[in-house]
Design a protein around this ligand. Structure first.
Ligand SMILES: Nc1ncnc2c1ncn2[C@@H]1O[C@H](COP(=O)(O)OP(=O)(O)OP(=O)(O)O)[C@@H](O)[C@H]1O
Length: 454
């Protein structure tokens, strides 16, 4: 286990590297500017991964500073292919080695092994406890056991809304396409609320036949109908003091909607066949992947119930709208697939990652999770390769552009993507701009900035 400092302003890249290193039990601190790096850096780090181009200065100057103050700390330069010459000159100035972006997982592991071998070990025992704590805190910020918070703006907004509404007792309607993680969001709201010690009961409203819905929700007494051989508690009573999550709430029959509304208004339920009312104190979270407002307009869903359920609404983004998070989720699903299947697949090779980036993921996170689990099962080597990915990932889904759009948001492969887009469109700038989802003007500015305008 090494203590590693990553200095890179590319948030996506540094987050991927951080997660990868943490998976290998390293302690990682990340900073995105030289100013931040200057405050956090101490000789107690075993290795520093340093980008050469930072917003507030040149990585080489920071390398020189480290070599002056703590010459024993190995510094690994991170470069684009185009910058290899600068990396070599950095090595002349004392850098230990360099890795190219996007990083090959094996190269990173090798460089760490070599770098830690060369240090004499004394640095490891001189670490301060305070540093260890702060480093762990940084590494843990994006995950908890079940839910991964991404780094995209859409994910940040989602986490913010969840954090805001969770401590209140408001009913929340969670919308979003199938497989985006609506139930995970509901659970997270429950776990961040004062009801977290009480039950979280998830009910799939789409799976309950309308004839038995009231018995499922409110329970029944023995003998109240054929088959009611004993008293049964309903979901509302089971969830008492806690949270009930009504998934696919749009599928409830009109009659069941009336019963549900009554229970919500009166906060009392009456089991089928019983004359006794039972007080319930529950919070309602519900989810739908349909347009419930349209169902209201069409008279299929009661407007009064809609407003009861929708005191606050949260939209969970589709995976294509949070592609910056994709590899974070992929790493998370890889770790759980390894655990479930007793395998030790290390990661994804470059072509597999590109394939992931160019696919539309209509089934969202659930599909990504399934693809990864299947791939882990089929992988006999250390890395998931294109060869084990299902064929639908290679079919032209019409969203090839999506890979470009999202990738373009990361600085380091921007130039390569622009070149690829120009090649693909035979140098037609209008089409290339369309493919990259930027305006022609933006493309011209970027061509100029990268010296591609000649
Ligand atoms: N933030 C997350 N972190 C980790 N895993 C997640 C996250 N969001 C979703 N998942 C996983 O993705 C899968 C789909 O999530 P979930 O069942 O919550 O989606 P959903 O939107 O409720 O789907 P549906 O509309 O089909 O009911 C689950 O296996 C879940 O564990």
């Amino acid at each position: 286990m090494a203590k590693i400092l990553v200095i890179d302003d590319d948030v996506t890249f540094s987050s991927l590297l951080e997660r990868f290193l943490v998976r290998y039990k390293h302690k990682v601190a990340v900073c995105h500017s030289l100013k931040e790096a200057a405050t956090i850096f101490k000789s107690t780090f075993d290795i520093v991964f340093l980008d050469l181009r930072l917003p507030d200065g040149d990585g080489i100057s920071f390398l020189e500073k480290i070599k002056e103050e703590s010459p024993e700390v190995p510094v690994v330069i991170m470069t684009n292919y185009a910058e290899v010459a600068s990396a070599v000159s950095a090595m002349k100035k004392g850098a230990f080695d360099y890795i190219s972006k996007p990083f090959q997982q094996e190269s990173v592991l090798n460089v760490i092994e070599n770098a830690t071998k060369q240090t004499d070990g004394s640095a490891v025992v001189t670490k301060t406890p305070e540093l260890q704590t702060s480093v762990v805190a940084i590494s843990d910020k994006n995950t908890n056991a079940e839910m991964v918070f991404g780094i995209s703006n859409a994910s940040k907004k989602l986490a913010e809304y969840v954090g805001l509404v969770a401590p209140t007792d408001m009913s929340v309607l969670i919308t979003g396409k199938s497989g985006t993680g609506k139930e995970v969001v509901a659970k997270s709201i429950h776990m961040q609320s004062s009801r977290k010690e009480f039950p979280f009961i998830a009910v799939d409203c789409g799976a309950i036949p309308k004839e038995i819905a009231s018995s499922e929700f409110f329970g029944h007494v023995k003998g109240s109908f054929t088959g009611a051989v004993s008293d049964k508690k309903g979901h509302f009573e089971e969830a008492n003091e806690g949270t009930i999550f009504l998934d696919e709430v749009g599928n409830l029959s009109y009659e069941n909607q009336i019963q549900l509304l009554r229970a919500l208004q009166e906060r009392k339920i009456k089991p089928v066949g019983s004359s006794k009312e039972i007080d319930v104190n529950i919070r309602i979270l519900s989810a739908t992947n349909e347009n419930l407002l349209k169902a209201v307009e069409n008279g299929e869903f009661r407007e009064d119930l809609y407003h009861r359920l929708n005191e606050f609404s949260i939209k969970v983004p589709s995976l294509v709208d949070r592609m910056e998070d994709m590899m974070i989720f992929a790493e998370h699903f890889l770790a759980s697939a390894n655990k479930q299947l007793g395998k030790q697949v290390i990661g994804f090779d470059r072509d597999a990652i590109i394939c992931f980036q160019q696919y539309a993921w209509p089934g969202n996170l659930r599909e990504l999770q399934n693809v990864i689990k299947r791939s882990v099962l089929l992988t006999s080597g250390n890395y998931i390769t294109e060869g084990v990915l299902p064929s639908e990932l290679f079919e032209n889904s019409g969203v090839e552009d999506v890979g470009f759009i999202t990738s373009l948001s990361t600085k380091d492969n921007e130039k390569a993507l622009i070149i690829a887009a120009l090649e693909k469109t035979n140098n037609n700038k209008t089409l290339a701009a369309k493919l990259l989802n930027v305006s022609r003007k933006t493309l011209y500015n970027k061509l100029k900035a990268y010296g591609l305008d000649s």
